[in-house]
Design a protein around this ligand. Structure first.
Ligand code: SF4
Ligand code: SF4
Length: 376
């Protein structure tokens, strides 16, 4: 009875699917993460602590069930101006939403309901959500490593609640439901991050490079994005949707005529990469933070990503904006703007780079300018 009440409450809150599985550990997940430690050290050693989450009873010995809820992040259309720049799940503001935002409040309401019904709910324990949802019978896998909910697609967010109540478990659906010959996602991945079905190297993924390359993140992360990856980032500044966009399992939703989201439409109205590059406090507060509060902690990383995106357009009309960014107080912004100028090239870009080199004192920016001068 409680199991059905939980599901009904979740659906009433706006989740699209709710499933329940045991709180047993996830041995295959643990094995896979450990086997690919080099690729995942930043995640294993980071604040999410996934190896602990994969054995819920070590942290919470009374754990008996995991409730997983799927939120459909693609119920409304995405503004053209933001597509290809910000991943759809970030645009839908459902990922890592704080409690004072609607998606964080929904998570909190679900937790409150469970507690009101006598459940102890684990605090801060991050289970492997895709696998948990598959074990709870509400998603299947795609070869691109994403989870797909039937009738929705992969633009979904899964939220798990570990509780001490014994509930009615659903039939697992840990299957890959792709057409057998399809490799569209692997073929489309610009960086080769998807290197075989169900295997992704996050270090090569555009999404990882857009937001996990910050100071003070754990185990081997740096602010440096290898030039070879920068070249392939296109105009993505937060996330990357390419392997989901090409997927036949997402086409129905991507091609559907969906209602416009008024808030997104408003944010998108004056959203320009050049404004992100030479970022004012006002643009940051009104246009960046409402959508991208998830991972990037400092303005300079948005500016860096905007510089890469502008460089990748190859469009000389952006040289003036990049020249302005060469005066930015932050050497990271100057360095990546130099890269972008080198990528756009031409005599005007070269002159700006030479003038910048003459006054540049920061070692990292100097190196970027020198390298850019070789290609400009
Ligand atoms: S998100 Fe982008 S870079 Fe990452 S695996 Fe998918 S297509 Fe490749
Ligand atoms: S693109 Fe093809 S192989 Fe990749 S996840 Fe979609 S259906 Fe599966």
């Amino acid at each position: 009875m409680l199991s059905e009440d939980i599901k009904d409450f979740g659906l009433d809150l706006g989740y699209s699917r709710v499933g329940i599985t045991t709180a047993d550990s996830f041995p295959s997940y643990i094995e896979e993460l450990k086997a690919r430690y080099e690729m995942y050290a930043w995640y294993i050693e980071g604040s999410f602590q996934p190896l602990k989450g994969a054995e819920p009873r070590i942290i919470m010995p009374s754990a008996k069930s995991i409730i997983v809820a799927v939120y459909d992040g693609s119920k409304e259309s995405f503004p053209e101006k933001l597509v290809g720049k910000i991943g759809r799940l970030y645009q839908s503001r459902c990922y890592l939403a704080p409690r004072h935002r609607i998606n964080g409040a929904r998570r909190q309401l679900m937790r409150d309901f469970l507690e009101r019904n006598g459940c102890e709910v684990a605090q801060r324990l991050v289970v492997p959500e895709r696998l948990t949802a598959a074990r709870a019978g509400i998603v299947t896998y795609g070869k691109n490593t994403f989870a797909f909910a039937d009738g929705i697609g992969s633009f979904i967010l899964m939220t798990a609640f570990i509780v001490d109540a014994k509930l009615k478990y659903d039939e697992p659906t840990i299957d890959v439901e792709c057409p057998p010959k399809c490799t569209a996602c692997i073929d489309a991945c610009p960086t080769g991050a998807l290197y075989e079905p169900l295997k992704m190297n996050p270090r090569r993924c555009i999404a990882y490079n857009s937001f996990m390359t910050q100071d003070s993140l754990p185990a081997g992360t740096t602010t440096d994005i290898p030039p070879e990856i920068r070249d392939k980032m296109g105009t993505w500044i937060h996330g990357c949707d390419i392997c989901q966009e090409v997927c036949p399992r997402n086409q129905k939703r991507l091609k559907a005529k969906l209602p416009e989201n008024e808030f997104l439409a408003k944010v998108a109205k004056d959203f320009e990469l050049t404004k992100l590059l030479n970022l004012t406090d006002e643009f940051y507060t009104k246009r960046v933070q409402p959508l991208m509060y998830n991972y990037i902690r400092e303005k300079k990383y948005f500016q860096r990503n905007a510089a890469i995106a502008l460089g990748n357009t190859g469009d000389p009309t952006y040289i003036t904006d990049l020249a302005k960014a060469m005066q930015d107080p932050d050497e990271l912004v100057r360095g990546y703007s130099a890269w972008a100028l080198g990528k756009i090239g031409g005599s005007q870009a070269k002159r700006i780079l030479e003038a910048s080199l003459a006054r540049e004192t920061a070692e990292s920016a100097r190196k970027e300018i020198e390298a850019a001068l070789l290609t400009a």
